[in-house]
Design a protein around this ligand. Sequence first.
Ligand SMILES: [Zn+2]
Length: 114
Amino acid sequence: MMSRNPDKRRNPSAKQLREADRVQQLHPLQQREHPSAVPADHDQLVHINTYGALPDYYIDQPFICRVCGKREIWKARDQKWYYEEAKGHIDAIAVECHGCRKARKQGLGPEVHE
Ligand SMILES: [Zn+2]
């Protein structure tokens, strides 16, 4: 069973962001073989109704926080947790950095709706 440490600090270095950007550009077959790729378990994705294909793997996903503009990486293992354990929707994408999510959960930040 995967576990997640919600208090883990996430401040990706410029190098980590560059590498994540680079992996995004790779061919899917290369992404799947990349050391940062985490295989998906389709048995844990049955809650997802999709006409598209389910993912075979997750890779680190760079994104820009829409609240504060900070660049962060949605880690492959966190995506797996989100989709397979938290049963998140497959179209969900990371839109807020760790700090902003945390602040919002504690009622300190702006309320953001989809
Ligand atoms: Zn932020």
